[in-house]
Design a protein around this ligand. Structure first.
Ligand SMILES: C[S@@+](CC[C@H](N)C(=O)[O-])C[C@H]1O[C@@H](n2cnc3c(N)ncnc32)[C@H](O)[C@@H]1O
Length: 237
């Protein structure tokens, strides 16, 4: 079957305040996605299986509602967020403080996923990321870095948009997006245009020499996980 997928249109790396939106407004809009974020938090805890006292790394936390809700559900863990945007770090820090979470429990460091050299090999029990991958300039290098800093027994999952939506999903974005996302629809669509297809991601994982991770198609999304986690997974996002 012939598949027609539009060419990728990169979106740029860090997200900063601009003349249209501040990151405070961005953060407020993220709260409209609370049920999606909370579902993913449960998925990380239950399906990927977050161990007690885990050291967790999040890539591209943005305003960090997912990290904050994860930390509230699991006060035993410590979370580090790697984020290039100083504006996002400002907002995430304010959100964290407002929610009464300590700096010991969640800390933010300015940086990019392509260079995690500040962290040693096999440091983290869990790595996760949501809606950030389509911004990464070099996903192959990023996958190698995540693989290096993750413990062999560590779990991880990367959620993102994908460009290879079928007709039904495209219609959902156009119709539901118009109603639910309003002025934010153009950002959703440009994220989709900047994202990778499932096939592209699996080819990149191969090029990174990582053979036990897999990109899996979900409704409107892709999730990358270890193959064994895919067999164990029992919830549909
Ligand atoms: C669309 S936002 C998603 C924020 C948050 N994870 C969420 O789901 O609400 C993407 C985030 O990834 C960050 N980002 C962009 N390029 C990055 C990179 N190379 N490494 C780490 N984070 C990056 C952006 O600055 C932004 O905060």
């Amino acid at each position: 079957m012939i598949k027609l997928v539009k060419q990728r249109i990169p979106e740029g790396e860090e997200i900063l305040d601009d003349e249209e939106i501040t990151m405070e407004e961005y953060s407020k809009n993220c709260l409209t996605r609370e049920s999606e974020y909370r579902k993913k938090v449960r998925y990380i805890i239950e399906d990927i299986r977050l161990p007690q006292g885990a050291e967790v790394l999040q890539i591209g936390p943005g305003p960090d509602w997912m990290g904050i809700w994860l930390a509230q559900e699991r006060p035993d863990i410590s979370l580090t967020g790697v984020e290039p945007s100083e504006d996002m770090i400002r907002v995430a820090t304010a959100n964290r403080n407002q929610e009464g979470i300590s700096e010991k429990q969640i800390q933010y460091v300015q940086g990019v996923v392509e260079d995690l050299s500040r962290f040693g090999d096999s440091t983290f029990d869990m790595v996760f990321s949501n809606d950030s991958l389509h911004h990464w300039v070099d996903p192959i290098q990023s996958f190698k870095e995540i693989n290096r800093i993750l413990k062999e027994t560590g779990g991880f999952c990367i959620f993102d948009e994908r460009r290879d939506l079928n007709i039904r999903e495209t219609l959902v974005v156009e119709v539901f997006g118009r109603i639910a996302a309003g002025k934010w629809l153009k950002y959703w669509k440009s994220s989709i245009d900047a994202s990778y297809t499932v096939d592209e991601l699996n080819e990149m994982l191969d090029s990174a020499g990582i053979h036990d991770w897999n990109a899996e198609r979900k409704f409107l999304e892709v999730v990358i996980k270890k193959s064994s986690q895919i067999q164990n997974a029992n919830i549909i996002l």
